[in-house]
Design a protein around this ligand. Sequence first.
Ligand code: SF4
Length: 627
Amino acid sequence: MIKGFAGRVLEVDLEARTAVFRPLDEAIARLYLGGKGYGTRLLYDLTPPGIDPLGPENPLIFATGPLNGSLAPQSNRFAVVCKSPLTGGIGSSACGGSFAFGMKKAGIDVLVVRGRSAGAVRLEIDGDADEVRFLDASDLWGLGTGAAQKALGKGMHHAVIGPGGENLVLYAGIVSDARIAGRCGVGAVMGSKRLKALSIQGTRKLDMEDEAGFKKYTQWVRQVFKGHPVLGEKLRRFGTMGIVNTTNGRNMIPTRNFQEGHHPDAMGLSGEYLEDHGLAGVRSSCLHCPVACGREVEVPGAGRVKGPEYETVGMMGTNLGVTDLEKVSHWNWMADELGLDTISLGVTLGFAMELQERGMLETGLRFGRAEGVAEMIEAIAHRRGLGDDLAQGTRRMSEKYGGKAFAMHVKGLELSAYDPRGSYAQGVEYATTNRGGCHVQGASMYFESTGPLTINPQNLKLKAELPVVQQNLACAVNSMVLCIFTTYGLIPRQVHALKPGGWTHRLARVIFENSGPAYRLIMGSKLLQVTWLDTWLSRITGLRFTPGHLQEIGARIFNLERMYNLREGLTGADDTLPERILREPLFKGMDSGHPLDQLLPRYYRIRGWDSHGVPLPETLRKLKVRT
Ligand code: SF4
């Protein structure tokens, strides 16, 4: 078995109450790494087309990668893969917390949960004894995610759902510690299996190819991260909310359901505000992460809890026209407890507010007003009254009540908190990403608009190349399974040090945005190991990796996801953006919306797809994609 892998897959059937340990397929691990890559391949192989995402036949796959369980910073994460009940296509989500560490300690790379239990159930997995216990969970059913983990106790690593998942809210997530695999409705799939919680433990040691070399290199990377202007300074000091002032200043923070990209009071939701007002004393982080991008806040009635992330203050703050940090922190805590994805929740609430504003539906929710929001979040999680409709997400709401032009989703997955009219490459990424409108499947906006280089968003240069490279990289990173913020660290501190507006900054920007084919060539090179991502992998596995190998593996995963989506009925027609983004200017003086129609054909060509967005046979052959 390749080093870094435990070499085992655990398959659990909740109906038959069986648990079988099988060897990890080494060939698949070589081709797809682990995490979402391995999970996607399993999902593709294990299921026929057209299954009901909330039926027992949809497997829920928890997958780690070769770096999980090590001390590599930002590596204690797991991926969850299944058919998404929200989009009907590939569903994948990633989570920090400690469950991934527990899986590797238990000697399990991949855990496949199949079937449906007759009653509420929880699993206890002891990796040392190779034992899986099926336990009655009726006493936990209905508990929030924090309360459930508290009841399960310390000593094991947990992954749980809240009432949102139990009641099949289509954007319910799975929580480990204070982190959530929020996207694509993976929590609803777990709820459909009547599986409340997984607890895991073990003491197995991770077998590495070059343990001393890996440790030494990891120490060096920790120092690099520590001195990095984003990872070691900005993110560490202000948390992810440190980005609010940047996106607000660049007209990119969703405001009133993406009607605008700027809110005059957004400063009140920023990391700087949090620091100035002493609202956050304690950082919070995923296990072993030196960046610690989370912040704890005081919530009346709940005490000190994990505070909102950038995505939450964007989608449940400015997007609702609300800039009261205490209110947003309270809603964030509620969503975490109920096990709901705050991105999809915020977009759906914003949509309900616009329906109200336009007189299309009496929702009782209004932009800029906090009244009724907390009650609606509860109603959504328990599917009461109108909450039952909102629990279906924005796309289904728009199909029932109208307003498709301002329903802010792609493929059914709600957009995250970067308006792509201020970041054209991000728009291409939203439109083409297989799981739908999401920013962590590439994060082009950072390399294009919100990071240190800020390419001109009003031209088309690099706007098709960047998403391809970034999506491939993200597929590989999500299969290792590392936090996407590791890729932010790929821009060296020297670039951050360039004075904005200065001639060196302008020159660097012009070179970058005109680099198109050269950029792809450099990122695709298999000659040199240049990033910690490929060096880490090589030191732990003993296999040779370079950025070019990661691009190839990422492209393979991306194309397999694409083939899965095509199989399930999603087509090139789904590679689009909401009408509002395509047609409406974001700010006064902007010509129109997003030029997706000019960029998509180029994107398809670079991908090796035909004009309908179908991968060409030679592309699949070259990448060794299994179909
Ligand atoms: S940077 Fe933040 S999200 Fe990423 S691993 Fe660290 S604490 Fe978790």
